[in-house]
Design a protein around this ligand. Sequence first.
Ligand code: FAD
Length: 339
Amino acid sequence: MPFDRPGDRPSPPARAAIDRPTVSFELFPPRTPKSFDALTVTIQALAAVRPDFISVTYGASGSTRQTTRELVRHLLAHTPVLPIAHLTCVGVSREDVVAVIEEFLDEGVRNFLALRGDPPKDQPNWRPRTGELVQASELVELLREVEAARCVTSASQALRGAARKLSVAVAAFPAGNPSAGSTREQDLRALLAKQEAGADFAITQVFFEAKSYLGLVRDARDLGITIPIVAGVIPTTDPARLVRLEELTGVQVPTDLLARLAAADDPAERHRVGIRASVDLADEVLDGGAPGLHIYTFNQHEAALDLLEGVHLGGGAPMAPEPASEPRVTASHPNYLTI
Ligand code: FAD
């Protein structure tokens, strides 16, 4: 149990299933067959809470083309969970990006997270080659174009496309994107461009203060961005991982959080402190109207599921006969379109 005493957080009142926030997870493709085996256990544990989807990362420059496909294929074949395939376009020719999109579509993947990806950090003079896509909004457009062309070519595909619409998610950045050198305002304009290109919803980069997420959503609405913006959260149980994440993303981890984790006497206490902090954060954004939580799992299920349990979303989808705790609802709070 992530908390001090059983029941120290009252369950929110039960409401209609329609108001249950979405729950989703991010996985990355394993590097070795052994880690794939370990991941199947995690996938089973995550699938048991019936998430709305599980997304699978994709290396910049296509570095995980095969392993991402294998993991997405595994989710399709062995779980009832909807997979979302991340796709990046940086450092790859347009033709290669089209080929990857076709591969996924041929395998029945209908949900994508369209990203630019990060250019190689060890090549300061790196420039995209002529004809390469340079922004995620272009990838959103390309996904729509490829799907439309397939529907024109084949009546069966047109029917399939009508029955199972292609969905395209994109990234959003509550604190701007330091790793790309862009400010919050620039990334909000980029988000608007992604919406105009046909994005259906956005998932945020990690953030450590609720006002960061809530401010992003408020400013996005002011700018005319209407797509749902899902809050991306990380179970903050591992200080070393938080530091690495800060290096990678440029998103600053609050020093007081690191200090509290460092002060914990043993791993169990550190886990408890970390889960408590992430539950508080998730509670705050859900109370502020976040339509869902996307949990960065780092391919481990324990902390992700403890976080979900803490916010009363761990009991499975609304059709579960007897959820462990009452489903969390936001009906008494503003929804994502109004914050
Ligand atoms: P873009 O939206 O194209 O933005 C890139 C840069 O261009 C930004 O500086 C932006 O401000 C600028 N820009 C974009 N459009 C415009 C415009 N119209 N006008 C002016 N400026 C513009 N990386 C991976 O390699 N693999 C993954 O699987 C992966 N998954 C991720 C999942 C999530 C939820 C998030 C938040 C990030 C993920 N990333 C991943 C990291 C991401 O690829 C990098 O942060 C990348 O630098 C930016 O990607 P983007 O899709 O936001 O790009």
